[in-house]
Ligand binder design. Sequence first.
Ligand code: GLA
Length: 693
Amino acid sequence: MKSWRLDDARQTLVLAAKRERLAEVVYWGPPLPASDDPDALAAADMLDVTGGMLDENPDLSICPEAVRTFPGQPGLIIRGPGGTSILPKFCYAFETVEKNALTLTYRDEDNKLTYTAYFSLDPDTHVLTARSVIDTDSPVHLHWLSAPVMPGAQHSDEMIDVSGRWCGEFQLNHIPWTPGARFRENRTGRTGHEHFPGLIVTSRGTTNTQGEAWAFHYGWSGGHRMVAEELPDGRRQVQFGHATGLTSEPATKFETAPLYMTYSSTGLNGCAVAFQRHTRDRIVDWSGAKNPRPVHYNCWEAVYFDHQPEVLKDIASQAAALGAERFVLDDGWFGTRDDDTRALSDWEVDPRKFPDGLTPLIDHIHGLGMSFGIWFEPEMINPDSDLYRLHPDWAMGGEDQVLGRYQMALDMSKPQVRDHIFECMAAILAAHDIDYIKWDHNRVLPYPDQSQTHGSYALIDRLRDAFPKVEIESCASGGGRIDFGILSRTHRVWLSDSNDALERLPMQHNAALFLPAAVTGSHVGPRISHTSGRHLDIRVRAWVAAQRHMGFEMDPRELDEEETEVLTRVTRWWKDNRDWMLAADILRLESSDASVVAEQHQSRDGARFVAFVGKRDTSDQIAPRPLRMTGLDPDALYSIDLANRDDVVRLSRGQVALKDGPIKLSGRYLMAKGLALPWSYPGTIWVVEGQRL
Ligand code: GLA
């Protein structure tokens, strides 16, 4: 028996192997005492066999092998160059054991294959990272390679995975475990709205604030496959890898993206905090990025393609007066881009719209104290574009393909395509003082191909090297490209094209299972939402944006006096609080009222928090139910105040203590009984500030 163990303050991972066979994860859960002997754990992990079974349960290893009678999905499916199926059978070769990291290498001599599994545990963020690599002596075809396969707890009743759509990102699905597989495969070639690569396995009764959870995120932007399978013997396995068949050519090396994981015994929030901190403190490269994070203004919903320098200057001046610190010029500034049918890939400033170039606009914006950002959609091309007329062969896919938003994808695997796009973008960035790119990707690929994703990554990396002070926002019709792979090269994600604050509330809330506030863009939309038609008060629009990296996207010329006053005030509040808030943990609260979405942003030292309590709809009961806080020091006293007390309406007629001023309550009371809030209209939000005394 061989065994290995990784530990941090919240979890223990134990791997063990019989003789020379592939390792199995025999334990992943709360920290075990050091006295627990891994060999004994491995022995204890053996399940009994009875009638109708093999004489021994096949290993549920980190790469389950079909040839060892594994009854479920194997961890690796490959074929020889001629198409013959290869059945790998690995034997231990060597290992590298470091503090908090482990590499296990196995060899299949008959088939000339090497399998390597990498594990590392970050003791500060509590995120476990694992990936696998296959090396071969001669080229083979890869169909499927899973990152190291993890067990699913048998005492779990359900798993939560994430789906979505345009303007409806980050919807959670609660799926019961049943015999067979929950199988999700994203074949769109981008991370996509439809299948966010995340999964949380929970034990019975787990909520946001309590219970066990095992969370997974696959950090890759080219489409993934997830298998969560229950075997006939009752064991469960979780596999994540690239979508199948992403490589058309045989090769001698294949690797998965990193699979990020964490175990929590403090509910979904334990996972959320680990992923939020890991994204913010480990994944995103903030060097060169603006700090403090500036308030954005994005002109898309104000002017769309109608770019008139004088109008844009006026809008910029008004946005600056409201508190914006960065102006992002969206789609419409290049080629003959008068609508979305043309000119993508013609990255030259449109002289009809900007006869003197962009510089006068940029100078004006800088004169207002704002920095300047610009929109690109680098991987795309309209058939109606100069580049397409010159190089139709640079587009990916057949001529008869179905277009998406009138566009095709450029073939990013071609170096000449990447060089050309790099040069166009570099020319714009070099000629102007630009510190931000909104990088869009508005259609799915005509077919999935990982060389496209590698090509995109290479282009971004090259631009980041050449322009280290230029930040990037990842957008794909809103949240269609959000994952740790893209976030390791970018600084912000455009969560959704919906600026409807009531739609945003649950999206932001669910995305917080994986994303910190610092990377999540959220903008104040127009009075009447352009994507839902909903009419929303400025207060809820402003406060919902203030929950994340704040910005504006409405036309400031539509604001009346009251709206201007509210927005200016909330923006000032955000600036006063952003330093600690963007480094805070977002804790999802367990609301007892189904119409309420509430979360508590808590500073790392626990000394302060702000809770945003959004009421999406009319409640069933008359008076608001007390809202229970979480993660407080039970013995400490907190001063609690309403940041937006002025929003109390006439129909709130009772004696709610908070209406008169701050109150003092213990952490225990706030967590056990909860906070009574004033009655409010649907479509409103309370902002509760707390300070430990
Ligand atoms: C996508 C983005 C929008 C906007 C448009 C521009 O839809 O999600 O925010 O940038 O493209 O065409």
